[in-house]
Design a protein. Structure first.
Length: 135
């Protein structure tokens, strides 16, 4: 899928991009440029500038989504989603909400806008962090 998505935007899947994709695939949290670079540096896989380009390329291809409130990236949801972003740890829970598709489309159409994919970020504190903080 990633190779096909890259083909649609005129890019190819390189070893460095594959390493970035595998690192993202193996985590359930937001990956910043720094955390991704550190993760790949262990294996001497890619330079920081290569990682930065790969993150942008994956985002442009629709494979990653930038999480603005954390200045990082996650695997992109495939449907309309709410991103529950923990302020205290790198956790992001993706809640795909097909029920919101109609609501977003209706709102957008009143502004003569067509929604392709929507994600709303909500920040707070996750239950795991709360449990750790109280023990």
């Amino acid at each position: 899928l990633a190779t096909a998505a890259f083909g649609r935007v005129g890019k190819s899947m390189t070893e460095q991009r594959r390493a970035v994709l595998l690192a993202m695939w193996s985590t359930k949290s937001v990956m910043t440029l720094e955390t991704m670079s550190a993760s790949l540096d262990v294996h001497h896989t890619a330079s920081r500038s290569s990682v930065a380009r790969a993150l942008v390329d994956f985002t442009d291809a629709g494979i990653f989504r930038r999480v603005e409130t954390r200045s990082g990236y996650i695997l992109a949801p495939t449907r309309t989603a709410i991103l529950l972003v923990c302020r205290s740890c790198p956790s992001v829970v993706i809640v795909e909400m097909t029920a919101l598709d109609t609501e977003f489309a209706s709102l957008a159409s009143s502004y003569e806008f067509r929604v392709e994919l929507a994600a709303v970020e909500i920040t707070g504190t996750c239950v795991d962090y709360t449990k750790r903080a109280t023990t």
